[in-house]
Design a protein around this ligand. Structure first.
Ligand code: HEM
Length: 583
């Protein structure tokens, strides 16, 4: 185990003991509170009966006593209701720990007993369950029960069994739709067969051949990106996340609808809009814990949302734009004859059934495409730039490869030039391993077939099970003794390690946009690192050559995930990756 990983592990252990203490405190507090309440009520019972009896005898002569009696009765009813609720939860917890079909799976009793730990880590602490899960694996082994109804794995040998490409049905729980507010989008589709039909309508747009049509669109955006960087001014730190997010948003919106918001041209790179979207991500765990709240929120009319949450106005405006575009395509009299150059045109005119073509589902699909296609790739791009700039030997190897492939440093790269560059591809793969743009657990359900774990345990059909890239990518033996270290060469030395890679998920529900994500990353990284030289301590730069260097950016604070809100979020107060350019 490398020293960095040890540090991380010790950090986890420390974090875990802290979390355990917190959860025990929480349970203890609620327990004490409940005991106190019961004692008080118990204590109250006898005097209450005596009081009721004495008052009842006087009732006929004093009408005001009727009111007292009512409040007394309601108090007594409340006592019974509370005791019944507590009794029910106690029995349920006992059942879940000792008699549930998952009771033999290792894991802490409090996670088996209730959803309270999930609520505590994800809602109260803010997206921290993923750290707690790592610590639970460390203590209980590669298969653990992390909630009354979910089993989590950290075993590379299970990947092909848990995430098959074909051969058995793979469902998803309704949770994902509730959390994201897109219950009928592809990623949240519960039923296996519905998913296959919807995925087929979209997947052709993401083949390597299909995305070739995006080359001029990407090049045009890259030209704009370079202009914005030049105009930003020399030696002035540039916050890169919104810049990359604007770039990826423009590309995916154009591909989905045929036009975009030109966020790269906005002075703020669309940051206020992104902040507006992030509120939805921040609500994810709250909605996951309170489905009724999710339903209430997602069923309210669109105009009411900014009225209740003014910060979401910009997102609602974009949602209205998506709705208008979807209706325009779907309700076009000559729908079938329309060209199918955009994803939405393809989806709408594809072989779908009526229930797939409702306003609600199509807008959810549009929202999924935009959200899945922008922040994810931008997050990984930020991490890639950080690692290349902090590792001069990696920068030099990449520069050498790019210089050979793209002889003219004033020209933008073409798809053909960057397609087969082993080191650039290794940089991308290593980045997504350490910094996947989707950090959420990859949850699935096998609806009909039980899943066996090495003759030890059987996961019954209908059970939620999951794996997480943030766990497996730091523990799998495939990644050697230094899994926390950014070392692209590992992918060139041993390509077989890809069998432990979960960055884009695996199986029939893996990331449909991964070719696009890889291509966007390759084009943006090739453009930046071909044009700019690395400046900094001990680096000799040629006079007149453009340079780039990191500005006050730390891995733990600004790059590593501190919270899981589907997308990874860095520590509070972080400004993310900042870079200074010189021209
Ligand atoms: C580095 C960038 C990206 C990463 C790390 C990533 C990762 C993932 C992962 C892990 C999933 C599976 C989620 C689950 O198990 O529930 C997924 C699904 C998906 N991704 Fe990506 N993604 C990236 C970029 C993109 C891009 C550019 C698009 C383009 C629109 C995209 C579209 C989708 C869609 C539509 C799904 C749902 C697929 C399905 O359920 O069949 N992703 N992505």
């Amino acid at each position: 185990m490398g020293s960095d990983q040890k540090v991380r592990r010790v950090g986890f252990r420390h974090g875990m003991s802290k979390y355990m203490v917190h959860s025990c405190q929480l349970l203890a507090i609620s327990d004490t509170w409940v005991c106190k309440l019961l004692n008080t009520l118990d204590h109250f019972q006898l005097p209450l009966h005596a009081f009721v009896a004495s008052r009842t005898s006087n009732m006929a002569s004093n009408t005001s006593l009727g009111l007292d009696l009512e409040s007394i009765w309601s108090l007594s009813t409340l006592t019974h209701v509370l005791v019944a609720i507590l009794g029910y939860h106690l029995c349920l917890s006992i059942y879940r720990i000792w008699f549930h079909p998952l009771s033999g799976i290792p894991g802490p009793w409090y996670m088996a007993a209730s959803h309270l730990p999930e609520f505590y880590y994800d809602v109260l602490l803010g997206g921290k369950l993923f750290h707690a899960i790592d610590a639970v694996h460390e203590k209980y082994g590669p298969v653990v029960r992390i909630s009354p109804r979910e089993v989590h794995f950290d075993d590379v040998d299970m990947i092909s069994i848990l995430y098959p490409l074909s051969g058995r049905k793979t469902n998803k729980p309704i949770d994902i739709g509730k959390r994201t507010g897109t219950p009928d989008s592809l990623v949240a589709t519960v039923d296996h067969d519905d998913h296959r039909r919807r995925r087929n309508a979209m997947s052709a747009f993401f083949s390597n051949n299909s995305i070739r049509r995006l080359e001029p669109i990407m090049q045009e955006r890259l030209r704009k990106l370079l202009i914005r960087i030049r105009d930003h001014g020399d030696d002035k730190p540039m916050v890169m996340h919104p810049v990359f997010r604007a770039c990826t948003n423009d590309v995916i919106t154009t591909y989905a609808f045929g036009s975009c918001f030109n966020l790269l041209e906005e002075p703020t790179f669309g940051e206020p809009y992104f902040k507006s979207c992030d509120i939805l991500f921040r609500l994810e765990h709250v909605f996951g814990s309170f489905f009724w709240l999710a339903d209430l929120f997602h069923h309210m009319p669109l105009w009411l949302v900014p009225w209740l949450v003014p910060e979401m106005r910009l997102l609602v405006e974009k949602q209205q734009w998506w709705i208008d575009r979807v209706r325009e395509i779907r309700d076009h009299p000559d729908r079938e004859a329309r060209s199918k150059s955009t994803i939405l045109e393809g989806v709408i005119t594809g072989r779908l059934v009526d229930k797939d073509l409702t306003d609600k589902r199509l807008v959810a699909e549009a929202q999924l495409l935009i959200f899945a296609g922008e922040g994810t790739t931008a997050h990984s791009l930020v991490a890639a730039v950080y690692h290349v700039l902090t590792n001069p030997p990696i920068f030099d190897t990449l520069k050498e490869e790019l210089t050979a492939a793209i002889p003219d440093d004033k020209a933008l790269p073409t798809f053909q030039q960057i397609e087969t560059l082993p080191f650039l591809n290794a940089v991308i793969q290593e980045t997504v391993r350490l910094h996947p743009g989707v950090i959420a657990r990859q949850v699935r359900i096998s609806p009909d077939t039980p899943i066996a774990y090495k003759d030890k345990y059987v996961i019954p059909p209908g059970t939620m099970y999951s794996m997480s890239p943030s766990t497996t990518h730091l523990t799998a033996a495939e990644f050697g003794p230094d899994p926390y270290v950014f070392r692209p060469q590992r992918w060139i030395e041993n390509p077989k390690i890809s069998q432990a890679f979960l960055g884009f998920a695996r199986g029939s529900r893996n990331c449909v946009g991964m070719n696009l994500a890889r291509k966007e990353m390759a084009m943006i990284l090739a453009t930046l690192f071909r044009k700019y030289d690395l400046a900094g301590k001990g680096r000799k730069t040629e006079k007149g050559r453009p340079t780039m260097a990191l500005y006050d950016t730390e891995r733990k604070r600004d790059i590593d995930p501190a919270s899981d809100y589907i997308i990874p979020i860095p520590q509070k107060g972080s400004q993310g990756l900042r870079v200074v350019f010189g021209h």
